[in-house]
Design a protein around this ligand. Structure first.
Ligand SMILES: CC(C)(COP(=O)(O)OP(=O)(O)OC[C@H]1O[C@@H](n2cnc3c(N)ncnc32)[C@H](O)[C@@H]1OP(=O)(O)O)[C@@H](O)C(=O)NCCC(=O)NCCS
Length: 199
């Protein structure tokens, strides 16, 4: 009797987690020591190393929420605000900020810690859009997101704006590209730091 009840409860909880999952369920942190082979010629950590770690934490977070394999489709707001040094401990905190039908926007906050000086600096925050894939390699529907705090609601709404702005930029770029008049270039570029040297 009790085992039937437990089994039904487990089934119900599994069904609910397929339909909707809280942000906290997939929140992920990866911490990595910055070793000398990660440095660039200037002795600071190569931006590509940080991007690769960001992609990794975004994948873990997205696939934990989706319960499927996920792919990276776009990256927004990558800015390296402060250099990261060899010997720093870099922690990447990832959270699902927004879900669409098959896509997820993952917010990533990167902090670098100098353990000897007990100094922690925020190096960047970025947004990775990931798409869940099914076994057929087609986009797969992801569970809804359960928002449990005001901060989570704020991030979800911010991500809606981000999506809207991204679509506007894309439409603007497509428009600019299709209306590109090289004949007007001299006028358009007159105050820019370039020299026209066309054949
Ligand atoms: C991303 C990908 C799955 C989209 O496939 P598609 O057939 O165009 O699918 P859809 O048009 O149905 O879009 C699926 C979702 O992706 C989103 N999407 C598609 N292109 C996007 C873009 N450029 N930026 C942000 N989101 C995008 C759509 O809005 C949609 O989200 P929704 O379901 O939540 O509304 C496909 O382009 C792909 O597999 N790309 C390669 C990804 C990859 O390999 N990444 C690794 C880096 S090399």
């Amino acid at each position: 009797m009790l085992s039937d009840f437990t089994s039904n409860l487990t089934k119900l909880s599994n069904k609910m987690s397929l339909e909707a999952t809280p942000v906290s369920q997939s929140q992920t942190t990866i911490t990595e020591l910055m070793i000398p082979s990660y440095a660039n010629f200037g002795g600071k950590i190569h931006g590509g190393i940080l991007l690769s770690l960001m992609d990794k934490v975004a994948y873990v977070c997205a696939s934990k929420h989706a319960g499927t394999y996920c792919v990276t489709v776009s990256v927004e707001n990558v800015e390296f605000l402060q250099p990261v040094e060899v010997g720093d401990l870099v922690s990447l905190h990832a959270s699902v900020n927004y879900v669409g039908k098959t896509s997820l926007i993952i917010g990533i906050r990167v902090v670098a810690e100098n353990v000897k000086q007990r100094l922690v600096k925020h190096t960047n925050s970025s947004y990775f859009t990931m798409v869940a894939k099914g076994d057929d390699d087609k986009p797969a529907i992801v569970p809804k997101l359960i928002l449990e705090t005001k901060e989570e609601v704020k991030r979800f709404i911010e991500a809606m704006h981000l999506k809207k702005i991204r679509n506007q930029i894309k439409a603007g770029m497509d428009d600019a590209n299709s209306n590109m008049e090289v004949a007007n270039a001299a006028q358009l570029l007159k105050d820019e730091r370039c020299i026209l040297n066309l054949e």
